[in-house]
Design a protein around this ligand. Structure first.
Ligand SMILES: Cc1ncc(C[n+]2csc(CCOP(=O)(O)OP(=O)(O)O)c2C)c(N)n1
Ligand code: SF4
Ligand SMILES: [Mg+2]
Length: 311
């Protein structure tokens, strides 16, 4: 969308719009806005796809923002060297139709299977998956642990909002014990996964957990993940006021952001083994950071050994 068109979308009484209407070529605020206030992320986004379909206050916009900031910081002027894959769910809409890039919006739970095929067919591409906790860890849980075990070269960003947001707030594999959801009206009797520990234990090279209230740390980890070979996984705890927050006494997005800010940092001596996540104890930080051989390199070495081609 052109900036002038964007200005025309502002309410009629908006001062910037009035300024622009009075003199589109002036050097007033409107002109400054059209030249210098363009958000950095727009260079990576199909502007015709805006606004996003997310509910007001949803954390997925922040996830989109931190990912693109990491891309920008790494010096990519566009997304041409990337290929993006998502499953089904609100989080999956982060990538397509918004990213100005090659994207695969696949079937529910199968993002990592598609991403694996894509990486093997086009190893030169940086494959990135952005999807939800349900998509990646419930129906897609097997793909998740095996992609980590194989150390397949890709970066996976999980928007963990503790429920199936898009389908109305069902209980999922990260929903806390006791939480009321549409399918656990008396409280969730199950124990949730600790996704960061699960994926680290399964063999990923790099794993970190942050929240939408920790954008600077999230950008830093995403940059690190994008530069790693092998499997990298960033869990981002994200607010879903519509389907989750209002059922667990955190109806406003800021309620959840305030909760995120109280979460502890992972201590270096904290064990990597499974601990039952709780709302108070969900620790943040890096869970593993190693340089083990990625799947692409393992295939290459095998091909060299048997005299074949890996690419
Ligand atoms: C095979 C299959 N089963 C179920 C569904 C319905 N469905 C669509 S999205 C979704 C869950 C989404 O949850 P999550 O991945 O956490 O994404 P969120 O919407 O919370 O971001 C489900 C169950 C489907 N589309 N396909
Ligand atoms: S339902 Fe939840 S996750 Fe989906 S767009 Fe709305 S706030 Fe975001
Ligand atoms: Mg979810």
């Amino acid at each position: 969308m052109k900036h002038a068109d964007w200005l025309m979308r502002l309410p009629r009484n908006n001062r910037l719009l009035a300024d622009y209407r009075a003199n589109p070529f002036s050097r007033g605020d409107a002109c400054i806005l059209t030249t210098s206030a363009r958000h950095f992320s727009l260079q990576y986004i199909r502007e015709e796809a805006l606004p996003t379909p997310f509910c007001p206050g949803c954390g997925n916009g922040t996830i989109m923002n931190v990912f693109l900031k990491a891309v920008k910081d790494l010096g990519h002027e566009n997304l041409r060297g990337f290929a993006f894959v998502s499953g089904i769910g609100c989080a999956s809409w982060t990538i397509s139709p918004h990213f100005l890039a090659d994207t695969l919006h696949t079937t529910h739970g199968r993002a990592l299977a598609f991403a694996t095929g894509l990486k093997l067919a086009r190893p030169e591409l940086k494959v990135v998956v952005i999807s939800g906790d349900g998509d990646l860890a419930a129906i897609g849980g097997n793909h998740l642990i095996h992609a980590a075990r194989r150390n397949i070269d890709m970066t996976v960003i999980c928007s963990n909002n503790y429920n199936y947001g898009m389908t109305g707030g069902q209980v999922g594999p990260t929903t806390f014990t006791g939480d009321r959801t549409t399918t656990s009206p008396y409280g969730n009797p199950e124990r949730p996964f600790d996704l960061a520990r699960l994926v680290a234990a399964a063999g990923a090279n790099y794993v970190a957990r942050w929240t939408t209230a920790h954008p600077i740390q999230a950008v830093r980890s995403i940059k690190r993940a994008l530069e790693r070979k092998g499997f990298s996984f960033i869990e981002i705890l994200s607010q879903c006021p519509t389907s989750y927050g209002r059922r667990v006494k955190m109806p406003s997005p800021t309620d959840m952001l305030q909760w995120f800010k109280t979460l502890p940092m992972k201590r270096p001596d904290t064990p990597i083994e499974y601990t039952v996540p709780t709302k108070e104890g969900m620790d943040l930080g890096e869970f593993t950071d190693r340089e083990e051989m990625g799947y692409a390199e393992a295939l290459k070495q095998m091909a060299a050994r048997i005299g074949g081609r890996s690419e």
